[in-house]
Write a protein that binds this ligand. Structure first.
Ligand code: NAD
Length: 386
């Protein structure tokens, strides 16, 4: 007789008809976990997620359910929230709908896990954290970049002392998002409308907050200049619309560790670099450049000594002077890894660091970035207390 223990965790999943909800959270995380036989806690103990897909559009939900092997689905979110089989509510709806929906789930005693940003302003995001804390439920916010292979390699380099003293971090994020008239757009149109919760600052500074806080030091100040470079785009129905949200942000961050970080975030830039996101870290003993998956290093002893002379061909092939960091572990989908940790937290308790307070910190940095842009000055980022 088998002595296998399986903990079933019911999850009401809202927003699975969207880009992130479907691809990253349902297919590459929850379904992948189900297909691998659950989250393994030991030889004989596993966690098996049991999703219930919810949303407005029955036809879309039915099609997704079918594609994923016949998952439960419903257009009645309230009924789903009242069903005791489901202890977790997950939200990947558009940002402007998040806080209200998550709060409603908390009010029904659900544990919650959700996409970032947790709200479009700090007051609401911090209140959401307080509500969750008071209710005593388990909460988590997606901070996927922390589990990207490239960033995990950077973390290992940091932990082994490769950099010496870290001086600065340069983040370059972006790619050309098509306007939608000739070539179809790769992102939803609400991203380019402020009134619908769009904007690259609210979208990306949330990410940079947890990346910086976790890898290089707590963010203490921000200077940010935003821009709406592309003024007109075409929506999902082929209709033109005016872009009211920022599509590019040029931001500098001061960290408590003394490290200076500068990130360019743009949906109007063409890629001539290793990846859609690259992070260059320069330290007294060595430097590294990480992309989404790979990471390249140049230690002090292998640093070339260029001199400035534009009158002759460069004797250096600068890219050749870097060494690729080998894969020292196997890397899984970043969203899936965080889901597995969250599910363990649900079943076994124990700390889970990436919660609604951390989510609120991301929103805080975005809000301070926007304030800096509006006031054209540096803005302090005060500590958010738990
Ligand atoms: N972690 C990351 O790297 C990452 C990347 C991109 C987006 N996101 C976040 O994920 C969220 C979703 O982004 P997306 O790109 O998947 O957007 P999307 O437009 O593709 O999906 C939005 C989802 O919300 C639902 N929705 C929208 N309006 C609704 C309404 N009025 N009533 C009910 N449901 C509604 C849609 O049906 C869809 O399921 C956003 O908050 C975004 O900031 C996170």
């Amino acid at each position: 007789m088998s002595n296998r223990t399986v903990h079933t965790v019911g999850i009401v999943m809202n927003g699975v008809t969207g880009r992130m909800g479907f691809n990253q959270h349902l297919k590459r995380s929850i379904l992948a976990i189900m297909q691998q036989g659950g989250v393994r806690l030991s030889e004989s103990e596993f966690i098996m997620p049991k999703p219930l897909l919810v949303g407005r559009n029955a036809a879309k939900l039915e099609a997704i359910s079918k594609e994923c092997g016949g998952l439960e689905w419903s257009t009645d979110v309230n009924k789903a929230l009242d069903d005791p089989q489901y202890s977790v509510y997950f939200d990947a709806q558009t940002t402007d709908r998040r806080a209200e929906a998550v709060k409603a789930a908390i009010a029904r005693g659900k544990n919650v896990y959700c996409e970032k940003p947790t709200a479009d302003n700090l007051e609401v995001a911090y209140d959401l954290y307080q509500v969750a804390k008071k209710a005593g439920i388990k909460h988590g916010v997606v901070q996927d970049k922390l589990w990207l292979p490239g960033l995990l390699k950077l973390k290992t380099l940091r932990d082994t002392g490769f950099f010496g003293e870290i001086l600065s971090v340069r983040g370059e994020f972006g790619y050309w998002v098509f306007e939608g008239d000739t070539v179809s757009a790769q992102r939803p149109s609400w991203n380019y409308r402020k009134e619908d919760g769009g904007g690259v600052i609210i979208d990306m500074l949330c990410h940079w907050r947890y990346v910086l806080d976790n890898l290089f030091g707590e963010v203490k100040g921000v200077s940010c200049l935003g821009a709406t470079h592309v003024k007109k785009r075409w929506n999902e129905a082929g209709q033109p619309y005016d872009c009211t949200a920022d599509d590019s942000a040029y931001s500098t961050f001061e960290l408590a560790s003394g490290v200076i970080a500068h990130f360019n975030s743009s949906w109007c830039v063409r890629v001539r670099r290793d990846d859609l996101l690259t992070l260059q870290v320069d330290g007294t003993r060595g430097s590294a450049v990480a992309g989404l998956r790979e990471c390249w290093v140049q230690p002090y002893g292998a640093t070339p000594r260029p001199t400035w002379n534009p009158d002759v061909e460069s004797p250096f092939q600068y890219n050749d002077d870097w060494q690729k960091v080998p894969a020292q572990e196997t890397y899984d989908n970043a969203f899936k890894r965080q889901w597995e940790l969250y599910l363990k937290h649900i079943v076994k308790g124990g700390p889970f660091a990436w919660d609604l307070l951390e989510g609120a910190k991301g929103v805080q940095l975005a809000e301070k970035g926007i304030e800096s842009w509006q006031k054209r000055c540096w803005v302090d980022v005060p500590e958010l207390k738990g």
